[in-house]
Design a protein around this ligand. Structure first.
Ligand code: SF4
Ligand code: SF4
Length: 281
């Protein structure tokens, strides 16, 4: 085993769900050497590695310091997960009501200093590859490590999903999920807030196949990667206008509601840092 097959995993502010996705991908075992991953390996210093996988966002000054130090020791940097790319769980703290609650608790001590604004990884160091998902599915980690250019991603989750669009036009949203869904027809035709039509594919649509609406964890499809989040939201809303009779205000409210859209509302502006579509897996 040579040093060029070593890789490291650096977790910044996030939930460690991406690491679980990586550990569920077994194909790298025996072919890559995991040289650093504080979550499961005790390792004081990050050694020089070929690939550095970064999860979590830059939310504290400690995150920023660790990321800069680690980036110096890696040939290639792979940002994985919604937090590293565009906000994610840590972005919850960016909501006014959450920040207020946080800072009201005056007895908090020994917490790292929170930066004025949450940053994606590429606002601090250059990124070679992005692997969106919350968390990315194990097969995406395998593709990222072995053959990112050869991995064919479906343009949208709809193409992975296989449910059929029908002429049913619901007039109300049913909420996130209620009851058992029809296994064949599109969840939008059933009145659910599914945003798979504007979301990047490649996950194999585990949620919609199981009857849960897609909440957009793979981020925007190619056409929206370099556009503002607002344009992405507008594209989602247009799909509902075309396929349903649900009032536009109801759709707009639902798309911005944590209860109904779960992940979408956690995205910082996706296009804040210009990104090349070719670098997104
Ligand atoms: S909108 Fe959702 S349920 Fe409908 S086809 Fe697309 S991914 Fe599947
Ligand atoms: S179906 Fe949607 S929410 Fe589920 S993994 Fe794929 S992109 Fe994420």
């Amino acid at each position: 085993m040579t040093a060029t097959t070593d890789f490291a995993v650096l977790n910044l502010s996030g939930c460690s769900g991406c690491e679980v996705g990586l550990l569920n991908a077994e194909d790298w075992i025996g072919k890559y050497r995991l040289a650093y991953m504080p979550l499961i390996l005790s390792s004081e210093d990050l050694p020089p590695v070929d690939k550095l996988i970064v999860s979590g966002s830059v939310y504290t000054d400690e995150d920023r310091y660790r990321l800069r130090q680690a980036a110096r020791r890696a040939h290639q940097i792979i940002a994985v997960g919604t937090c590293a790319i565009s906000g994610g769980v840590a972005n919850l703290g960016y909501r006014d009501e959450v920040r207020e609650l946080f800072f009201q608790a005056t007895e908090r001590h020994q917490l790292p200093r929170i930066l004025p604004r949450l940053r994606p990884v590429d606002a601090v160091v250059p990124v070679d590859l992005y692997v969106p998902g919350c968390p990315p599915m194990p097969h995406l980690f395998t593709a990222a490590l072995f053959n990112p250019k050869g991995y064919q991603t479906a343009k949208t989750v709809c193409l992975d999903c296989g449910r059929q669009k029908t002429r049913e036009r619901p007039s109300r949203l049913l909420g996130f999920q209620r009851d058992v869904t029809d296994p064949v027809s599109c969840l939008i035709n059933q009145g659910y807030l599914c945003v798979g039509s504007s979301t990047r594919g490649g996950c194999h649509a585990p949620c919609t196949r199981a009857g849960h609406p897609c909440v957009g964890c793979r981020g925007p499809s190619d056409g929206f990667i370099s556009r503002s989040s607002q344009e992405w939201f507008e594209a989602m809303a247009r799909v509902f206008q075309r396929m349903t009779d649900i009032p536009p205000q109801e759709i707009d409210q639902a798309l911005h509601s944590p209860q109904l859209s779960l992940f979408i509302f956690q995205f910082a502006d996706y296009a804040a840092v210009p990104r090349e579509v070719e670098k997104v897996l």
